[in-house]
Write a new protein. Structure first.
Length: 147
């Protein structure tokens, strides 16, 4: 493994900022959806509370514990889905997960994922992809409970 590349991930401005200053972390009193994901191999975990107004994600909060990539991903996700419909959030999740699972020689349409594109470099380290995707598993868990 190229140590320089992995160090670059942890120095990435967006990942560092979201890890050190995670967004949307205070719990909300009323929420409509709850989603959880845990990686039993490393102990990382992410939990989401989502408040809806009609079908639009009006409020989203997350808590978690784990590595910098896991925490940054949860924070970035919480920002990305605010204001989306549940269907749009589900579509974004599918696109993001597909992008993360592409091989490093395949291009990713970074335009649709905006600031989330900071996590794309994690693809160079397959053992860390699960860290970046754990929050998305929690989102899918929350959205799957929607009636």
């Amino acid at each position: 493994m190229d140590r320089t590349k992995i160090d670059d991930i942890y120095r990435d401005r967006v990942i560092l900022d979201h890890c050190r200053n995670p967004r949307n972390i205070s719990p909300i009193e009323h929420y409509d959806l709850l989603g959880d994901a845990v990686n039993p191999f490393c102990g990382d975990e992410v939990h989401f509370q989502i408040g809806l107004s009609d079908e639009v994600i009006e409020n989203v909060r997350f808590t978690g514990d784990g590595c910098a990539i896991n925490m940054a991903s949860g924070s970035l996700l919480s920002e990305a889905v605010k204001g989306l419909t549940t269907e749009e959030a589900s579509e974004l999740s599918i696109k993001f997960v597909e992008s993360m699972r592409k091989s490093i020689d395949q291009d990713v349409d970074q335009q649709f994922i905006g600031e989330l594109s900071a996590l794309i470099s994690v693809r160079h380290f397959p053992v860390r992809i699960k860290c970046a995707l754990l929050a998305w598993s929690a989102l899918e868990d929350a959205l799957s409970t929607k009636a």
